[in-house]
Design a protein around this ligand. Structure first.
Ligand code: ZN
Length: 216
């Protein structure tokens, strides 16, 4: 073993863990174990009835099992390289609602305070990966004008109240055909609040693509 390989092994141990379930996969290239890959395949969604406010929507997976683990790794553990894999799956889901004629990709924004604390907006990472793959430019069109408690901790009615008026779209949204990106669609209240803001600013059509959709 030469010195370079020795250093590589030291820096990047061969026992990686599955991003879906945490099991040791044993090889640094394997980011997901065979069982999780199979579970993901089973949970494929594609086109789906859109939440209120959207012209069409597509989702890569049901928010269940491995998909939950993968989202958590991206969102809370800082495993930002997952955005590439996730974006590829979202691009595949997007094909089901083509041709949309979308002329820009944007994302659910994070409040600046939260963005600074986390260091990145996971929805933006996904939106940029999707944007590159479907060859539609990424544009920032939304801002979060109110810091809101995390949706994950709230019940349905509280979620709607929580995000109502939390977003504002920039004037640049006028006349645009927007593809909105988020990680997970649970009740759809966050996405719908974003769609309303975009339409209020004059967006012509609004589409939604998320990595995962909760079972209704
Ligand atoms: Zn696994």
């Amino acid at each position: 073993m030469n010195l370079l390989n020795a250093i590589r092994t030291l820096l990047f141990p061969l026992r990686a863990n599955c991003m879906g379930c945490g099991a040791a996969t044993g090889c640094r290239e394997d980011w997901i174990c065979p069982a999780c890959r199979e579970a993901l395949t089973q949970g494929w969604v594609g086109a789906s009835p859109p939440p209120e406010g959207f012209d069409a929507a597509a989702f890569a997976y049901v928010y269940h099992g491995a998909a939950v683990g993968i989202v958590a790794q991206l969102k809370y553990r800082g495993v930002t390289r997952l955005a590439g894999f996730m974006g590829a799956d979202m691009a595949r889901a997007y094909r089901f609602i083509e041709p949309t004629g979308a002329d820009c990709v944007t994302c659910v924004p994070m409040h600046p305070k939260r963005r600074v604390r986390r260091g990145y907006n996971h929805a933006e990472l996904l939106a940029r990966e999707l944007s590159a793959r479907v060859e539609i430019p990424f544009v920032e069109l939304l801002e979060r004008v109110r810091d809101t408690p995390q949706q994950a901790k709230l019940e349905d009615d509280a979620r709607r109240a929580n995000v109502s008026g939390a977003f504002r779209a920039l004037d640049a949204a006028r006349g645009r055909r927007v593809l909105l990106v988020d990680d997970v669609c649970t009740t759809g209240s966050t996405a719908t609040a974003c769609a309303r803001a975009l339409r209020a600013a004059g967006a012509e059509t609004v589409y939604l693509v998320c990595y995962a959709r909760a079972r209704g």
